[in-house]
Design a protein. Sequence first.
Length: 146
Amino acid sequence: MFIDLNFVGTIASIVSLILAVVFWWLADKQASRADKALSEIRDKMMSWQNDLNRASINLIQARPEVIAQQVSLEEAKGHAAFQAKISEIVESLSRGVDEATAGYRIAMMKELLEHHRQSILGSEQIKANAIVGQRPSAVQSGNVQP
């Protein structure tokens, strides 16, 4: 029995080539599965980070200091808008004043300004009462200097 080495070498080369293609194909499938898994992990991490950021922001915004600041800002905006309207009204009342309507217009201006003063004083009184109500009992009882 005579074995042709060229024929064996050719068969070995073909088998080697087929195995290389099979290994390449399996490696490509495994790489795409790994890429898909990494993409899912990255998406989950981004989702978790977004959830953590959202929760942190909600916690910060729920703090009494932040809420008080937002309320104070809105109150300041309201006072500014109210003062602008009162300014417009007082300005319109001061135009075209004659002797017959001067007393009436001055009384209206005084009443508007007094109402505005009372609303601001009432708001400040509510704030002062809230601050006093938040003090610890030791400070309220006089055991500790405020």
